[in-house]
Design a protein around this ligand. Structure first.
Ligand SMILES: Cc1cc2nc3c(=O)[nH]c(=O)nc-3n(C[C@H](O)[C@H](O)[C@H](O)COP(=O)(O)O)c2cc1C
Length: 404
């Protein structure tokens, strides 16, 4: 999708500038043409030699090139590009863009650009939260510019919060989705998927787990991303190959509690959540600090209930959110799945029965039944990729009904 696309990348003076080298590499690998423009202050943060080498074009920064009177034509640059990306966008440059200041080549090019403009802000959490910055971002969005929102996490200042520039892979995914025709059904929607098993440690070397591979969750992640969604996968320990970080954010976790915490952190901002993970229902009350010795003929391990992630998110669910549960049953399948629908406040439950040949853990195929308030819908045995398409199609239809 990026092949032949012409991108102007405007780099400003933020610590996050170092990440743009990686973004340029990814874009070039995908076949895009990249022209870098830097603000004069940005030179303090990344050497132009790196960017010129990776983009295979000299970096531009000055209006006038040398003593000969040759100048960098910001108007031509603005007309050349299919998209102008300002990343990292400093608070200073955002303010100037919002108010039409034009004291460097990047800003002159921005004001001349007829192409779409995308902005990836980067700054400390208080700078980001400041009403001035927020107002400037709103003004820029009111001009029709695309916001690749800052992310939450550790900041260069040592503080933690919202302000980190989106990771290069996320920016790439955003751009790729932007340029992909006909795949925009879930564009801008955030999808959260839990996948794989969890491990509940008994002692430092032994744990309780199950045979989930995460393959169904990964197939869903791929399909949601193919429909334009911004996908995050909270993933338990598995040998299966996780989705590429270019089209899904992967949050690795080990225990049920870690999966709960990671899901909780993301859930509020999620549009569609899919709970495919096989989370341990119980966890040892205590983890033995040393490896347990085989001294006695019997042993008892006291287990306590883990948090039911789907149920907990069901309690927090807002009107616009869509939540999808998975049920793997061995008996009274439909009745149990319908119970989950109610108890966990789900929009629909995807049921697979261990009685069906080729369904469940470890197989590359699955046979599902979707259960919701409208009824019961049985599907044929299919590859997990095709099952993922059925589920995503169903989810999109539900989403449209919710939005209508
Ligand atoms: C070490 C250091 C890191 C900085 N990081 C950021 C940042 O991440 N975001 C930001 O808006 N400003 C940051 N600043 C402040 C900007 O560099 C400063 O406002 C500069 O004038 C912006 O210039 P420009 O927008 O023309 O590139 C930082 C300054 C220093 C010294």
């Amino acid at each position: 999708m990026m092949k032949g696309k012409k991108l102007l990348i405007g780099i400003t003076a933020s610590i996050a500038a170092y990440k743009i080298a990686l973004l340029i590499r990814i874009l070039k690998k995908a076949g895009a043409e990249v022209q870098v423009i830097m603000t004069p202050s940005a030179f303090e943060f990344i050497p132009p030699l790196t960017l010129a080498t990776l983009s295979e074009k000299p970096v531009l920064s000055e209006f006038v090139k040398d003593q000969t009177g040759t100048w960098n034509n910001h108007v031509d640059l603005g007309l050349w590009a299919d998209l102008m990306l300002i990343a990292p966008a400093s608070a200073n440059t955002l303010a100037k863009m919002a108010h039409g200041l034009c004291d460097n080549l990047l800003l002159a090019t921005y004001l001349s650009a007829r192409c779409p403009v995308a902005i990836a802000p980067a700054m400390d959490l208080d700078m980001y939260a400041h009403p001035t910055t927020q107002q400037n971002l709103q003004t820029l969005q009111s001009f029709g510019h695309l916001l690749i929102d800052a992310e939450v996490g550790p900041l260069a200042s040592g503080l933690e919060g919202k302000g980190r520039m989106a990771e290069p892979e996320h920016i790439f995914r955003f751009l790729e989705q932007y340029f992909t025709p006909g795949r925009q059904e879930l564009s801008g929607k955030k999808v959260l998927i839990t996948a794989g098993p969890t491990r509940e440690y008994i002692d430092p070397v032994r744990y309780i787990s199950n045979g989930s591979t995460g393959k169904m969750g990964f197939a869903l992640a791929k399909e949601f991303a193919a429909n334009g969604a911004d996908v995050t996968v909270v993933c338990g320990p598995t040998e299966a190959t996780p989705p590429s970080s270019e089209w899904a954010e992967i949050i690795p976790v080990t225990t049920a509690h870690e999966m709960y915490e990671a899901t909780l952190q993301k859930f509020e901002k999620t549009d569609i959540a899919v709970f495919t993970a096989a989370v341990s229902d119980y966890t040892p009350k205590q983890i033995a600090p040393e490896k347990i010795k085989k001294d006695s003929p019997e042993m008892n391990i006291k287990l306590v209930k883990s948090k039911d992630i789907a149920k907990e998110m069901g309690l927090r669910k807002q009107t616009g959110q869509l939540t999808i549960g998975f049920a793997l049953e061995t008996q009274n399948e439909e009745e149990n799945a319908r119970g989950k629908l109610q108890k966990k406040n789900l929009d629909f439950v995807v049921l697979n029965s261990l009685r069906d040949q080729g369904a469940g853990f470890g197989y590359d195929t699955n046979q599902i039944t979707i259960i919701d308030s409208q009824g019961t819908h049985k599907f044929e045995l299919k590859s997990k990729d095709k099952v993922a398409k059925d589920i995503v199609t169903y989810a999109i239809a539900c989403w449209k009904r919710k939005e209508a």
